[in-house]
Write a protein of this length. Structure first.
Length: 221
């Protein structure tokens, strides 16, 4: 394909919410998951070459994005961050745990980029104003990222969905209702708005791990 095989993986409430409110950490909802659900999540991490979350997720949740609940290798962590404003004390910049790639744009502050490199992360420039996924994905593929797990958030998920570069979506369903008109959902952005433009999926599997229902979807080609 000339790009990584992309799997979006997320835990969501029954009404599709990622957090309790806009700006809240997704770790609060994730605390409802039992160990079997975490094991499922980390089994996927252990099988892929790379894992991606957005810069806002790094600032809010400060994830490590490593494999801990199962045996396996840590994937390369990829963080799209247009202005390079990833916190310098973020867990993803602990490159002793796993390699990290920060994708920035031409407008990123060169001093900030240099500080990120000093932390051991690799920096890829992809785009002028916003990180251009059409440039980033082929570059990741050339660097050996053949399979990419995307753990969001909503804006990053939309960038993949709107471009039609998603191959699978796997959902850990949390048996709660969050509500709220402005609470982030699985996919954000402006939306497709027309029926003919919708992304169609096909249910491949559904099963229970621990107390969580898990559904796995393939994108209909």
């Amino acid at each position: 394909m000339g790009r990584p095989y992309v799997i979006i993986v997320s835990e969501v409430s029954i009404d599709g919410k990622l957090t309790l409110y806009r700006g809240a950490s997704s770790k609060e909802l994730m605390s409802l998951m039992d160990e079997e659900a975490y094991r499922y999540l980390h089994e996927i991490r252990a099988k892929v070459d790379g894992i991606m979350v957005g810069c806002e997720t790094v600032r809010t949740d400060n994830p490590s994005l490593t494999v801990r609940y199962v045996q396996g290798k840590n994937p390369v962590r990829i963080i799209p961050c247009s202005t390079a404003n990833v916190p310098l004390d973020a867990n993803v910049l602990n490159t002793e745990e796993a390699p990290t790639v920060i994708a920035v744009t031409e407008k990123a502050d060169p001093e900030r980029v240099e500080k990120i490199r000093e932390r051991g992360a690799e920096v890829i420039v992809a785009g002028d104003e916003l990180v251009d996924f059409d440039l980033l994905l082929p570059e990741l593929y050339r660097r050996g990222i053949k399979t990419l797990m995307v753990e969001g958030g909503a804006s990053v998920n939309w960038e993949f969905v709107r471009r039609g570069v998603v191959d699978e979506i796997r959902i850990i369903h949390l048996p709660v209702i969050v509500g709220g008109e402005n609470v982030p959902t699985l996919v954000g952005g402006e939306g497709f708005k027309k029926l003919k433009n919708l992304l169609h999926l096909r249910l491949r599997a559904h099963f229970v791990r621990g107390k969580q229902l898990i559904t796995e979807w393939e994108v209909a080609k």
